[in-house]
Design a protein around this ligand. Structure first.
Ligand SMILES: NC(=O)c1ccc[n+]([C@@H]2O[C@H](COP(=O)([O-])OP(=O)(O)OC[C@H]3O[C@@H](n4cnc5c(N)ncnc54)[C@H](OP(=O)(O)O)[C@@H]3O)[C@@H](O)[C@H]2O)c1
Length: 266
């Protein structure tokens, strides 16, 4: 089963803090010694990471550019790192919205959340796949890894748009893994539970959440086990119970629908 230890050059988009930074470091430490490209907007954080190893490369990257800018960023990354064979889409933001107070729902913030957490990832997937298909033609595996959430399975009503973006990304990840199953491109999805990170800092809820979030080290250990096994779906911590109750069997059901459609076309 192809898995992350087969990768020679991994791009982690959203590696300046929290989950992305921890996964970038854990992948860097694999015995397979891949090159890890740490991407995000905060240059000083990228530089700090890159100082620690020659195999950690900084890449300033904003997923919220327009479509052409994002395509240029992807093309530049591939041109600079032609060996690139794995991308982890970890970048994400979260906003609280209360639709009981519609005047306070800032649609600019809401649409930026949608673009950051979903649209940009679909666009980047579209832009990375031609390179990965070329690697596949040379017999090399490649990996697209999305990071959704337990909130993709059970929505948290205080962050309604965030949950919808993660549910959309989850659905897209399942379809993508099935569409690409006969290629050398493997799709994997990590579902974090509430995890220690900077995601909630701007909401002022971090002190409250810190009482029951999963420590980052423990999250990283469990997520890496799934990535090393090559699991298509990797629910971590409390997300596993949610996945077992509401998601188990969905991938297989989706595969059956695809098989039925293919058979009826013959
Ligand atoms: N922590 C949790 O409880 C939890 C639970 C479930 C899912 N998740 C998901 O896990 C992922 C990582 O979140 P985290 O908890 O580690 O939060 P975090 O510490 O706030 O990290 C978010 C990362 O996303 C990057 N990012 C945000 N906007 C970006 C943009 N426009 N372009 C490029 N990079 C951007 C940030 O980098 P820059 O700001 O430097 O660009 C940062 O590296 C997210 O997708 C989040 O939704 C988190």
């Amino acid at each position: 089963m192809p898995n992350i230890t087969d990768s020679k050059c991994v791009l982690v988009i959203g590696a300046t803090s929290g989950i992305g930074r921890a996964l970038a470091l854990a992948i860097h430490d694999l015995p397979s010694k891949p090159t890890v490209i740490a991407a995000g907007r905060r240059q000083e954080r990228l530089d700090e990471l890159a100082k620690s190893s020659d195999r950690l490369k900084p890449l300033k990257f904003d997923v919220n550019g327009d479509r052409d800018a994002l395509k240029r960023s992807v093309d530049d990354a591939i041109a600079k790192f032609p060996n690139l064979d794995a991308v982890l889409f970890v970048s994400g933001i979260q906003h609280i919205f209360d639709f009981k107070k519609p005047d306070e729902v800032d649609l600019d913030k809401l649409e930026t959340e949608l673009n950051t957490n979903y649209t940009s990832i679909v666009r980047m997937t579209r832009f990375f796949i031609p390179h990965f298909l070329k690697l596949g033609a040379e017999g090399r595996p490649s990996f697209l890894v999305t990071v959704t959430s337990g909130l993709a399975i059970i929505p948290g009503p205080w962050v309604p748009n965030y949950c919808a973006t993660k549910a959309a990304l989850h659905s897209f990840s399942l379809s993508l893994s099935l569409q690409l199953k006969d290629t050398n491109i493997k799709v994997m999805e990590v579902f974090p539970p509430l995890v220690e990170s900077e995601l909630h800092d701007h909401q002022g809820t971090t002190p409250k959440l810190a009482k029951f979030w999963l420590p980052l080290d423990e999250f990283t250990k469990q997520a890496m086990e799934g990535l090393k096994r090559g699991d298509v779906e990797i629910p971590v911590g409390s997300a596993l119970g949610q996945w077992n109750k509401f998601e188990k069997g969905k991938l297989e059901a989706s595969a059956q629908a695809l098989a039925l459609l293919s058979a009826s076309a013959q």
